[in-house]
Design a protein around this ligand. Structure first.
Ligand code: FAD
Ligand code: SIN
Length: 532
């Protein structure tokens, strides 16, 4: 890394939100994209089901809005839902323009885009690329970004903290970029920018079992919180109902689109159980399906339940779900001939850094988009395939908003000091990091998972406070590396999730507390907001 690099737009994260931002902002200035691992290692790359957007003539914006509001259990911001849903078709056209090849099908003699169905959607409206949608979107967007002369991508660069100007007259100081750690050279430098966007994705690694890749440690959320931004609705962590249950599979996702095509959830003896929990059965919103599976597993002392699509034609299954078919076969399960074992796992952070509908945070010149952000679209539970939609729409809007304010930014940034390692020494005992990491993830899974209680949350908070103290003193005494940066962020995320869960004394959407099992009154129809 070159020290003190300067750019017009700093994009922290190269998933769908960051790349949509970069591909628009590059029309107005120089763009630097940081990715903390390889350029395609992002949650986006693993998306299977697809991107929800009104596309067929039978569908309507009002229907997509209604489905989103129902899933969100009273906490969606209607204005956010309407505006993001309405931008759907246009942003899908942009993805196609950048080269994304969504699956097509012949229908009534016409060649059209194939529309998938998922839980909570009353229409087929999910554009997909077989069951590798995210990989195809990342291929197209990274290639488009690589071709553009104004976009430079720095792989293996981990943003540590934001550069925030001292505040004046009570209003928060502006953001001027970030400190970043180069994993190859092991150096820390300043990246000065006139506009900065957090597009760092989610925080699934805060839980022991997750569908998310290793990059998902909530860095952007923790950085924004430390910088003084408002974060909201973090009690609503979504658990995906169906991940493959196999010791080597590392929570491999079995897309909801299988249930959309008729897959049935069963107990080991073949009994179907979802009808007892919801009229929509397997196609009920995710919170209901995940809780039903959790409850059946606890009731019968099971390690997993089973998902069965084998009643559908084998050739159809192989062509619609080639990736899931071959990955499962590799683990010894043939989805065309019988049921496969599945369990829920942490999947998606519905809350995040609070933004307006231009993706602006409260900190001047700091934007946030994608899974790290909270616009009000998801409320207490995200509707399937609405996150790629939100990330693409908001990434694009953030770029337009940043470009508009660029001319008003002072030419000279304030003085930000070089990163000072102080008297930090090299940490020899990796076990101190791995132990804290394991403890956080296990206690979050056991105490702050699908079903919570006041006692479990209080226990979790006590332990997290202790861990936080230990981690913070270790952090400032040792030369930092990416593991330590992530651990410091992870403990902050864990604390914020627990504090948010404790603040909501009711059960709603994804937040279920056995001590407050009912949905609360109108006084709970507000986001849970935390600020440092
Ligand atoms: P990401 O795609 O996660 O990108 C984050 C980027 O930030 C990465 O480049 C990472 O390197 C970078 N980063 C993180 N921290 C730092 C740091 N400190 N410094 C520098 N860079 C950093 N949603 C749907 O709508 N439809 C689906 O079908 C679907 N399927 C899914 C399947 C799986 C298995 C998973 C895990 C998620 C799925 N989701 C789906 C959710 C969706 O994929 C994500 O919410 C979305 O892709 C997030 O995009 P993003 O751009 O916000 O973040
Ligand atoms: C899936 O394919 O089931 C994931 C869809 C999503 O998370 O929106």
């Amino acid at each position: 890394m070159r020290p003190n690099l300067t750019t017009d737009f700093l994009v922290i994260g190269g998933g769908i939100a960051g790349l949509m931002y970069a591909l628009k902002a590059c029309e107005s200035g120089s763009v630097t994209v940081l990715t903390k691992a390889g350029s395609t290692e992002a949650n986006t790359n693993y998306a299977q089901g697809g991107i929800a957007s009104v596309w067929s003539v039978d569908d309507s914006f009002e229907s997509h809005v209604q489905d989103t509001l129902i899933a969100g259990a009273g906490l969606c911001d209607r204005a956010a839902v309407e505006s993001i849903v309405r931008d759907g078709p246009d942003v899908v056209r942009d993805l196609i323009r950048f080269g994304t090849r969504f699956s097509r099908i012949e229908h009534g003699g016409e060649d059209e885009y194939d529309l998938g169905r998922e839980g909570g959607h009353s229409h087929r409206r999910v554009l997909h690329a077989q069951d590798l949608t995210g990989q195809e979107i990342m291929r197209a967007l990274t290639e488009a970004a690589r071709r553009h002369p104004n976009i430079r991508t720095l792989e293996n660069h981990v943003a540590i903290d934001l550069l925030i100007e001292d505040s004046t007259g009570g209003s928060p100081g502006a953001c001027w970029g970030a400190y970043a750690y180069d994993r190859e050279s092991q150096e820390i430098g300043r990246i000065l920018a006139r506009a900065t966007i957090l597009a760092t994705g989610g925080a699934g690694k805060v839980y022991l079992y997750t569908t998310n890749p290793d990059i998902a440690s909530g860095d952007g959320l923790a950085m924004a919180y430390r910088a003084g931004a408002k974060v909201g609705n973090l009690e609503f962590y979504q658990f995906h109902p169906t991940c493959l249950f196999h010791p080597a599979a590392k929570s491999f996702l079995i897309s909801e689109a299988l249930r959309g095509e008729g897959a049935i959830l069963k107990l080991p003896d073949g009994t179907r159980f979802m009808k007892r929990y919801a009229d929509a059965a397997e196609l009920a919103p995710r919170d209901i399906v995940a809780r039903a599976i959790d409850s059946e597993m606890k009731r019968h002392g099971l390690d997993c339940v089973f998902l069965d699509l084998s009643h559908r034609d084998a050739a159809f299954i192989r062509s619609r779900f080639p990736n899931i078919y071959s990955r499962c076969l590799g683990y010894g399960f043939d989805i065309t001939t019988g049921p496969i074992p599945v369990v829920p796992a942490a999947h998606y952070m519905c809350g995040g850094v609070m933004t307006d509908l231009n993706a602006a945070t409260e900190i001047p010149r700091l934007y946030a988009a994608g899974e790290v952000a909270m616009t009000g679209l998801h409320g207490a539970n995200r509707l399937a395939s609405n996150s790629l939609l939100e990330a693409a729409v908001m990434g694009r809007r953030a770029a337009s908003a940043s470009a508009k304010m660029l001319g008003a930014v002072a030419a000279n940034p304030p003085e930000f000091p070089e990163w000072d390692p102080g008297r930090a020494i090299r940490g020899e005992e990796r076990v101190l990091i791995t132990q804290s990491w394991d403890e956080i993830r296990r206690l979050m899974w056991n105490y702050v998972g699908i079903v919570r209680s006041d006692r479990r949350l209080a226990r979790a908070l006590r332990r997290i406070e202790l861990l936080k103290e230990e981690i913070h003193s270790y952090y400032w005494d040792h030369i930092i590396d990416s593991d330590l940066i992530e651990l410091r962020n992870l403990v902050t995320v864990a604390e914020l999730v627990v504090r948010s869960a404790m603040a909501r004394e009711e059960s709603r959407g994804l937040h279920y507390n056995i001590d407050h099992p009912e949905i609360g009154g109108p006084e709970w129809l507000r986001p849970t907001v935390l600020r440092r």
